[in-house]
Design a protein around this ligand. Sequence first.
Ligand code: AQP
Length: 330
Amino acid sequence: KLLVFSGTQPSGKLTIGNYIGAIRHWIVMQKYYECMYCIADLHLISTVSSSNVYAFRKMSLDTLALYLACGVDPNVSTIFMQSHVPEHTQLNWLLNCCAYYGELSRMTQFKEKSKFKQDSVNVGLFNYPILMAADILLYQTNFVPVGDDQKQHLEFTCNIARRFNNKFGTVFTIPKILVPDFGSRIMSLLNPLKKMSKSDQDSNNYISLLDDATLISKKVKRAITDSDQPPAIYYDPVEKPGVSNLLAILSGIGGESISNLELIFKNKTYSCLKSNLIQSLSTVLKQIQNRYFNERSNENKLNNILCVGAKKARQKANLTLKKVYQLIGL
Ligand code: AQP
């Protein structure tokens, strides 16, 4: 079976951007591929300053419960914590020695996240794409379903894999990046020129999978559209970024294609589009939340899933790492 690998950082409050851009595709892929879904806790410590061990542990279990609530099935897919598989950091070092400072300096996400703190930005953030490459390459991954923001990191992964294969001998499968045509870049509600992010300082910019109906309604009502007269609802992210974003969210959550939505909302008002979106989001997120609270209340089950997942992941990771050590001559 071909293998799928993907993951999220366990901030504990995944957004509808994470869901539409990545997680909903994971669910479908479980039917056709062997899937490994990681909770990237080592990546998280490069961006979060908390030194509270309990908080990290809690956020990881929150994220696992959200995976399950969204439909990731632990009986079919391997779900594990990145920190439970030390092979990730071992391969990370070896790949460090094949990566160039110049190419890492050009990573858009690093440039954005370090913009105002050049001197104090931690090296982990700079190194992030290399650890991500290690995550993927350890499992001889064929497909990586991700949102558009991760495309550059994935291209780097392919480059470093090719470089390593050429230098030491072929060991890594070159993964294929799967970025969906629609919904791969859900934008902020108040600034549709900026990506929706769970770490956004203003929570009005995103909808978390755990937001209740009142909050959803408040945030969607405030979302930016445009002042076109008469109002026109069609998909054009350049000319109509706000309206296009709402259409992308509605399509990603409700499953209706964008072109069908354009027909449905032809000659309708923006407030009609928003009411539909509120209705659709409230229904889908309520179902996810019901399952979430149920899963989250059973910590033994969650810990057990992580134990089984780590064991399976380590077995696979070890096979690749052994070959890599041999090829290098370690
Ligand atoms: N706005 C988005 N639209 C579509 N997909 C998105 N993803 C993230 N934001 C959007 C995809 O979600 C997956 C998990 O993301 P991550 O946790 O690895 O971190 P990220 O890409 O940095 O996402 P965030 O929400 O912006 O997190 P913070 O604020 O912590 O940096 C990935 O597949 C990502 O592409």
